[in-house]
Design a protein around this ligand. Structure first.
Ligand SMILES: Nc1ncnc2c1ncn2[C@@H]1O[C@H](COP(=O)(O)OP(=O)(O)OP(=O)(O)O)[C@@H](O)[C@H]1O
Length: 342
């Protein structure tokens, strides 16, 4: 069973840190609390049957450093000793990992909790600012990331610590707003009859929007991958891809604005995940901030909130490293999510 640990004792070094997404898993080793993380090549989750094999083959077989602890961020609800990942087939079994990989101590966090930790750990040199607004140093923040899914977390400052608030905000309803939306939205693939943010704002969502626009216009949808659509959209070489990217950016602005209202995030909105950093130019178009700020009666408040795209390629790992080094800096509850060998 996962142990309760109200007062987080320090993790024993070396610490293995890992960010397990739906498509990619990224790992690094922290030898001690001062050394820079030692990074390893990114692993495709589909290439390994389970996480234990991925760690063994891509980390442990390539180094003589034996990690004693692990802090792993996973995309999926952490509940019990078997954690199923949302967008891939891996099941994380900490008790088994203690036996097979020789780890004494394992902490599991939500993947967007790790992204939230990264927002505190990274400096502005790892971000691109979109538009105006100034961050208030200890005000609430929002982290929002279109990737394989649509991840969301809040971040609040209280009791001199930063507290990440993981949630399932990517599954909030998303409705049509403009006359054009009303033409396109009926063709967007639904989940149990519903259009949630994640039906539009992730890799799969890009393809979904693209096909819906083609259907609304009676044209042929030739592209099949998110990268093809954003590449053609950014290059301006295909009108359906151009409109897809515009609609994606507008809908992302709307949902980012809603979340900023929920968390009163005067500390900023931070876009992370694989897609935002690839479409920075499209996010710089005024339509993105216009959709974000279009929140009457709070437009003036929204104008003052800065938005950043996190460009660090291993942002979540940076957050996990900061947490592993100084857990007391962060209000992360590990009860039911920490497995310490007796
Ligand atoms: N150039 C691109 N434009 C748009 N989407 C892209 C591009 N390249 C990759 N993608 C999509 O980005 C998604 C992967 O995002 P990311 O790198 O954040 O992966 P992840 O960490 O595994 O995701 P998650 O944490 O959401 O499960 C995939 O859906 C992929 O198709």
């Amino acid at each position: 069973m996962a142990q309760s640990s109200e007062t987080l004792s320090m993790l024993k070094f070396p610490v293995l840190i890992g960010d397990i997404g739906g498509t990619n898993a990224r790992f690094a080793l922290l030898v001690d609390s001062y050394a820079e993380p030692r990074e390893f090549p990114i692993v495709q989750t589909a290439d390994f049957a389970n996480i234990d094999e991925a760690i063994q083959a891509s980390i442990l077989d390539r180094t003589s450093i034996m990690p004693r602890s692990a802090v792993l961020a996973v995309a999926g609800p952490i509940d019990g000793d078997e954690v199923e990942l949302t967008n891939c087939d891996w099941v994380v079994r900490p008790l088994q990992m203690q036996r097979t990989l020789g780890l004494e101590d394992i902490v599991l966090l939500n993947d967007f909790e790790a992204q939230a930790l990264a927002v505190v750990a990274l400096g502005e040199e790892h971000m691109v600012k979109i538009g105006a607004g100034e961050a208030e140093a200890t005000a609430g923040r929002v982290v929002l990331g279109p990737g394989t899914g649509l991840g969301v977390a809040g971040l609040i400052h209280a009791g001199r610590t930063w507290i990440p608030v993981p949630g399932e905000g990517g599954h909030m309803d998303m409705g049509p707003r403009t006359p054009r939306d009303f033409e396109v939205f009926p063709h967007i693939e639904r989940i149990e009859g519903r259009i949630s943010g994640e039906q539009l704002l992730c890799g799969r969502g890009l393809v979904n929007v693209y096909r819906a626009i083609a259907k609304a216009d009676g044209t042929e949808a030739t592209f099949t991958t998110p990268a093809e659509i954003t590449t053609a959209g950014l290059a301006g070489s295909d009108p359906t891809a151009v409109e897809t990217l515009e609609m994606f950016v507008t809908c992302l602005g709307r949902i980012a604005g809603d979340l900023a209202l929920v968390f009163m995030s005067r500390g900023g909105v931070y876009l992370t995940g694989g897609i935002a950093q690839k479409i920075v130019e499209a996010l710089k178009h005024p339509r993105f901030r216009a959709a974000f700020e279009d929140k009457a009666p709070h437009s003036a408040l929204m104008k003052a909130i800065p938005i950043y795209v996190i460009t660090h390629p291993l942002a979540a790992l940076t957050g996990l490293a900061a947490y592993a080094r100084t857990p007391a800096r962060f209000g992360v509850e590990t009860r039911g999510r920490r497995w310490t060998a007796a």
